[in-house]
Write a protein that binds this ligand. Sequence first.
Ligand code: PEP
Length: 259
Amino acid sequence: MRSKLVAGNWKSNGDLAANEALLGHIRAAAADLQGATCAVCVPYPYLFQARQVLADSTVAWGGQDVSQFGAGAYTGAVTAVMLREFGCRYVLVGHSERRSIYGETNDVVAAKFGAALQAGLTPILCVGETLQERETGAMEQVIAAQLDAVIETKGVAALGSAVVAYEPVWAIGTGKTATPQQAQAAHAFIRARIATHDAALASNLVILYGGSVKAANAGELFAMSDIDGGLIGGAALLAEEFMAICRAAERKQQAPVQV
Ligand code: PEP
């Protein structure tokens, strides 16, 4: 059975005092979480704090982006080795906000994915379509291109050390969640696409759903057969809400629903 993961994406939110309370709550509440991993992807300056609060706990932490380059003259960029040095297990690559606001192409995302892997991080590769792409029937083509950029440059085996997050852009931060059936269809497409290269790898791949997940809808989303947890934005800033989502992933692990 695939493991379950719920990762919080704090985006550009937080301050030392609020983080201390949030991380402390998550650390305590996650201690008895069975069969589901809980992680937080925090802004770079707070990685030190995340490591301090979460060290020796069941909660993992990570970055929200990473440089595609190594050390050198890349002003403002943070390398994968630096993230490792601060104890990160995960890093988001290709989040739709990076793609749309900072113009990250599939090639850049693939390079970041490779840099993360090389440093021993687990990249969480974010893919997903805009509303216009969905409405014009281009969803599968867009997601396929996002996956293929990684597969063609890093090889399909690289996905064996990664997590994929399906995040329909129209559902991120909008309060509009994909229906469980819409999300399941996209996840099944992703798994099938990767299975054309390596069926065993695809069937073991953890694929998260992201897009306005809350405690109230996490259970029905996670009940879908190809959804292995969530990438959580807004709700990850609310300790009780985030932990309720983690509990929903735990329930699936304990009693998987076949659909
Ligand atoms: C995200 O930032 O990846 C995300 C899914 O955000 P939200 O849960 O707020 O839609």
